[in-house]
Design a protein around this ligand. Structure first.
Ligand code: ATP
Ligand code: MG
Length: 567
């Protein structure tokens, strides 16, 4: 085991604070020794890499301790939600490698029970209908150091509250004209306890319940109770809900007893450099066509990452590396890129593709002749086998691999110097031809037949090795070179500028490449490859018969190793 692997093993053994809390609850026999978590997305957008962190925790911890994890759609705001999102969320969770089995739920399934609870709370004097505007209510909230003011409707008779709430739901009143509020404490140091809103009027058909309801519960009035109705024991969420916890418990206490009650635990959310994670902003990018869709390979969405060429394993490994703490921070996207390189280095076949081609003519190789040379598919994985590459008189190499007048230590193609053509021969450059503008049009070289790959002479010491593609057999392909979506590390922090102005104008470059025939024949949408010396690429679903499209997943240079090295 290397030192890094040993350290990794050690880290794996130490439990995070959520695992410790769960272990302690299980050991104490709480909730009858059950463990049941849930992942509660609101179907108002596609899942992103931040959600992956929550999914790995919710499903992962249940699996680790023999518990179960529910998938619950938190569909309490019909105006923002859609079945398109429900379907994509299910697909993405499965893709990540998790499954909810028969435990699929919707908060909307609890609308009747929640309504019943609200009526009970009104009857017990814990809820009232407020007819003030949202501005008036906000004004009365006070500040964290200043108590709020009681609504003039706070002490209206119970019968009146019951009647109004019922009529709110029948659709007799306009949106915004009244709300149902919990009667808690307008002087609480926790602002969320200052008579929070339980229900508001929304007259918009719900994707599951249609026009049955005219009142919809707020997140705080739905979440804890939904956990309770499902038998959830550990409701694991992100830190911004920490301040909601007293309210979560206050509502749940109307239902729970000493034998069973859900417990909320919070961890730090994932923020990544050079991207935004807010669903509202991601939606804006999609709607304003600043990206090609939710699955644009530059998006931090799971479908975007998938299209970019990320594998579920690389995302799970990344989440494992960043861990769970109580401190919010910003994670370097280089660590995510490192995780996909680690995976693809082991698993992606190596192929030759020239993305900025220039012609190389092997002047002493007979015209019309073709020689098939074997090349290894993956040096990290001998069982991946080999494939054949046609070698011909005319080849393509990268334009950057030639210099007529090179600087010192230029070990690639330059007149008078020998260089190795990968899995083929050692060649010696003899010159080049330029056009009127001084651009290189053709490069000339001579090959040494004795240096054919595999023969003893092929071991001759030559500093550079270049990739190449036969000009006769190579196939043209489209290559999409992606870069970071934003120019700044933390776009959400730039308060003065609209985030859309911080988009990286060079985040996508489309080029024509020449690829070796083996790749053209075998590539299927979703496949991963390493283009030798260039980077990892995946086959885009836009590919059609005869027109392959590749997305650059990540370049080969690992900046994370460098960052880590410095520390
Ligand atoms: P919204 O702005 O719509 O509330 P959201 O990102 O909170 O967006 P939800 O659908 O409510 O989206 O999230 C589902 C779950 O995923 C929640 O438990 C939430 O805490 C978790 N989650 C969301 N974003 C992140 C993130 N960046 N890191 C970790 N967990 C996250
Ligand atoms: Mg949310």
């Amino acid at each position: 085991m290397t030192q890094a692997e040993e350290k990794n093993e050690e880290e794996k053994k130490s439990l995070n604070f959520i695992e410790l809390a769960v272990e302690a609850d299980l050991a104490a026999g709480k909730n009858g020794g059950r463990l049941n978590t849930r992942f509660p997305p609101e179907p108002n957008g596609y899942l992103h890499i931040g959600h992956a962190k929550a999914i790995c925790m919710d499903f992962g911890i249940a699996a680790k301790y023999g518990g179960t994890c529910n998938l619950r759609f938190d569909d309490t705001n019909p105006a923002r939600e859609d079945v398109e999102y429900v379907d994509s969320i299910k697909e993405d969770i499965h893709w990540l490698g998790f499954d909810w089995g028969d435990r699929l739920y919707y908060a909307s399934d609890y609308f009747p029970k929640l309504y019943e609870l609200a009526v009970r709370m009104i009857k017990e004097g814990y809820a009232y209908v407020d007819e003030q505007t949202s501005e008036e209510i906000a004004q009365q909230k006070g500040t964290p150091t200043q108590p709020g003011v009681h609504s003039p409707y706070r002490d209206r008779p119970i019968e009146e509250n019951l009647d109004l709430f019922e009529r709110m739901n029948k659709g007799e009143f306009a949106e915004g004209s009244m709300v149902l509020r919990a009667k808690i404490d307008m002087a609480s140091p926790n602002m969320h306890m200052r008579d929070p809103i339980m229900y508001r009027i929304i007259k918009y058909p719900h994707h599951r319940t249609g026009t049955k309801w005219n009142v919809y519960p707020m997140y705080d009035f739905a979440h804890g109770q939904s956990d309770y109705f499902e038998g959830v024991t550990h409701s694991i969420c992100t830190l911004e809900f920490e301040v909601h916890r007293p309210l979560y418990e206050w509502f749940v206490n109307f239902l729970a007893d000493e034998n069973y009650g859900p417990r909320q635990i919070e961890f730090n959310r994932l923020n990544l450099t050079y991207t935004v994670m807010s669903k509202r902003k991601l939606l804006q990018l999609v709607q304003e066509k600043l990206v090609s869709g939710w699955d644009d390979p530059r998006m931090p969405t799971l479908c975007g990452l998938r299209r970019r060429g990320y594998t579920p394993e690389s995302i799970r490994n990344f989440v494992d590396k960043i861990g769970y703490t109580k401190f919010d921070g910003l994670i370097d996207v280089a660590l995510l890129e490192h995780s996909i390189r680690e995976d693809l280095n082991k698993n992606a076949n190596r192929v030759a593709a020239v993305v900025n081609p220039v012609k190389l003519i092997v002047t002493n190789f007979p015209e019309g002749q073709v020689e098939y040379l074997d090349t290894e598919n993956n040096p990290e994985k001998p069982e991946a086998g080999t494939h054949a590459m046609p070698f011909t008189r005319e080849l393509y190499i990268e334009r950057e691999d030639f210099m007529e007048i090179p600087p010192k230590k230029f070990f690639r193609m330059t007149p008078g110097q020998e260089v190795r053509l990968k899995s083929a021969y050692i060649v010696k450059c003899t010159g080049c031809k330029k056009n009127a503008a001084g651009e290189i049009e053709e490069i000339y070289c001579e090959y040494d037949p004795a240096t054919r790959s595999g023969l003893p002479e092929s071991n001759r010491k030559v500093k550079g090795t270049l990739h190449w593609v036969s000009a006769q057999y190579g196939v043209e392909a489209e290559v999409r070179l992606y870069d970071r979506l934003f120019c700044v590390e933390n776009p959400s922090e730039e308060k003065e500028v609209d985030f859309r102005e911080l988009l990286n104008p060079d985040s996508l470059k489309v080029v024509k490449a020449v690829i070796e025939p083996y790749l053209a024949e075998t590539a299927k949408a979703g496949d991963h490859y390493q283009f030798q010396r260039i980077g990892y690429f995946s086959v885009d679903p836009d590919s059609t018969e005869g027109h392959l499209v590749f997305n650059r997943t990540v370049s080969l240079k690992d900046s994370w190793e460098k960052i880590k090295g410095k520390n």
